[in-house]
Design a protein around this ligand. Structure first.
Ligand SMILES: Cc1cc2nc3c(=O)[nH]c(=O)nc-3n(C[C@H](O)[C@H](O)[C@H](O)COP(=O)(O)OP(=O)(O)OC[C@H]3O[C@@H](n4cnc5c(N)ncnc54)[C@H](O)[C@@H]3O)c2cc1C
Ligand code: SF4
Length: 518
């Protein structure tokens, strides 16, 4: 390692990986520090019952890729490792509707749709997006649901970041004229969210990071950044420690530029801490405008053994159920049934007392059906997770907390676990497959909704009063400091956000000048 770099990047998810490749291409020396591990296809668990390999919880020695964070208003799932959320995500990459580009704190600063169009194109090329070529049971029933509600033309296969070539043998890099790694085609095993064992999923270590490393990027995995301090002449010292060791030695590297890319749950808590210590000039907007897609995650389990929900890519289709809403069927690979211990029957009732009464009533009303549903042998094979998203506004604010950030409602309604359209569609889907809908225990008992799409907290604004970063992602109050990740998303996209994070990061780094050779 060098003692000083032109840029240090914190976190290797979508924003961090884009930044790494584009800065290296501009001639800069770049170090990327990532909290999680490197993973090879053989390192992923066969099923999510192997908690040690699936979950991220270093205090217990769990060094997997899937992290759960319980906030007061939301339970958040996210990814950890070299490649960030791409290791665990469901590969689905839609472009948001117009409203996203014309709302939120970035509204009116630029014509965002026009600005970002070329960068969406680049992002799709780099992530290897193609149309999912095969639909399976989970998708076919969503298609039936679309007909039932009179929206058959609003059902479509998804755009996914997966290689659909020959699944039996290695193929020379099919994406980057032979510059990328060898690949294998998808065999539709449904294991994308526990880690692709087949080298078919286009995770960031197979595109952006792979190409950047070839050009000189240095990656320091298994280390996390705890401090960023300004020193003389626009340089910073970056303090980091070994992951999973309480008393590991602090190490320091200096840099002229810094990119925060730790994802919302990495970047925002770090900025909240640094605003009170090393970076007091950060905007008061740090931690504000945090949002999700106002999602619902509803498990539908059927005892009908002729149905196999586990076959296919993790998300193979989408139903645009309303002007502001979408539904996608999400699957786990056969055998990955760990969620069965974390779910309870879905109850559509915001008031706790009534909800518990309705929960018992639902079990008592059809005990045989529930018994069959709750005792299915292969939970993943018999279960689809319906992901419902909408782009209606509602914002949270985050403050520094002891273990996780404290949340409060900033504007609009609190995120709700009881979305009438989502519950209605889930009930209809359950009827079609002869099953029952269930939600996470915390949704049914505490009414706390869950999200895979936490966004915002370091948003774009016209000035320091309305945002943490400017239109080119430069941090107000500090030089050569940028934020490129989900925390820069400045409105609710209403759909899965990774493509947008990639496109926005592409645009942000394109605005940084190439290194001057002196
Ligand atoms: C199960 C699941 C399925 C999903 N499916 C989809 C989907 O189909 N489509 C879609 O668009 N989105 C999906 N998402 C969401 C998507 O994964 C995230 O929106 C995306 O990964 C966020 O990108 P990011 O650049 O903000 O950072 P992330 O991808 O979250 O990466 C941040 C990285 O920074 C590291 N880090 C954090 N803090 C530090 C620190 N202090 N020091 C060093 N490293 C640090 C983290 O370990 C992590 O690896 C899914 C998410 C989950 C959990
Ligand atoms: S379905 Fe299986 S082979 Fe295909 S991308 Fe997902 S995990 Fe990989």
């Amino acid at each position: 390692m060098r003692k000083e770099y032109d840029f240090v990047i914190i976190g290797s998810g979508f924003g961090g990986s884009v930044s790494a490749l584009r800065l290296i291409e501009k001639g800069y020396s770049v170090l990327l520090i990532e909290k999680g591990d490197w993973k090879r296809p053989e390192d992923f668990p066969k099923t999510n019952w192997n908690l040690k390999k699936w979950l991220w919880f270093p205090p217990l020695g769990f060094k997997g890729i899937f992290k759960l964070t319980f906030l007061r208003h939301l339970s958040v799932i996210s990814g950890v490792g070299v490649g960030g959320g791409s290791l665990v995500y469901a590969n689905t990459l839609p472009v948001p509707k117009d409203e996203f580009f014309n709302s939120g704190s970035w509204k009116g600063i630029l014509n965002w749709e026009k600005e970002l169009t070329p960068f969406y194109k680049t992002a799709k090329y780099m992530l290897g997006v193609s149309k999912n070529p095969e639909l399976f049971d989970g998708d076919n029933y969503l298609n039936k649901l679309s007909t039932l509600i009179g929206k058959e033309s609003d059902f479509a296969p998804t755009d996914v970041a997966v290689y659909f070539g020959d699944s039996d043998k290695d193929t020379k890099d099919p994406f980057f004229n032979g510059e990328g790694p060898d690949r294998k085609g998808c065999d539709y095993c449904g294991r994308c969210m526990t880690g692709c064992p087949n080298n078919a999923k286009n995770t960031l270590d197979k595109n952006y990071l792979y190409l950047a490393q070839k050009k000189g990027l240095e990656i320091l995995a298994n280390n996390y950044v705890t401090d960023v301090k300004p020193i003389d002449n626009n340089r910073y010292s970056v303090v980091y420690r070994k992951t999973g060791k309480y008393f590991s030695k602090q190490r320091i590297v200096t840099t002229k530029g810094i990119i925060f890319s730790g994802g919302v749950l990495g970047t925002v808590p770090l900025l909240l801490k640094l605003k009170k210590s090393s970076l007091p000039n950060l905007s008061d907007m740090v931690g504000k405008d945090v949002r999700s897609n106002n999602e619902a995650l509803i498990f539908v389990t059927t005892p009908d053994k002729s149905i196999d929900m586990s076959k296919g890519v993790a998300i193979g289709s989408i139903l645009h159920s309303g002007k502001n809403s979408h539904m996608e069927p999400v699957r786990y690979g056969s055998g990955s049934g760990a969620w069965r211990v974390g779910t309870l029957p879905m109850v559509s009732e915001p008031k706790l007392g009534k909800r518990l009464f309705k929960l018992i009533l639902s079990l008592v009303k059809s005990p045989i059906k529930w018994l069959k549903v709750l005792t299915v042998r292969n939970f993943a094979k018999q279960t689809i997770v319906l992901l419902y998203m909408q782009n209606l506004e509602g914002k949270l604010s985050m403050k520094k907390g002891h273990i996780v950030p404290k949340t409060s409602i900033q504007q609009g309604e609190a995120p709700s676990a009881f979305l009438p359209e989502a519950h209605d569609l889930a009930n209809k889907y359950a009827k079609l497959v002869g099953g029952k809908p269930m939600t996470f225990v915390l949704e049914t008992l505490a009414g706390t909704p869950s999200t895979a799409h936490i966004l915002g907290g370091a948003v774009i604004g016209a000035d320091k009063k309305s945002g943490v970063i400017d239109k080119n992602h430069k941090v107000f109050g500090y030089d050569n400091m940028y934020i490129c990740d989900g925390s820069a998303i400045s409105a609710n996209p209403g759909v899965n956000p990774a493509l947008t994070i990639t496109a926005m990061s592409e645009r942000a780094i394109s605005k940084i000048q190439s290194k001057k050779i002196v």
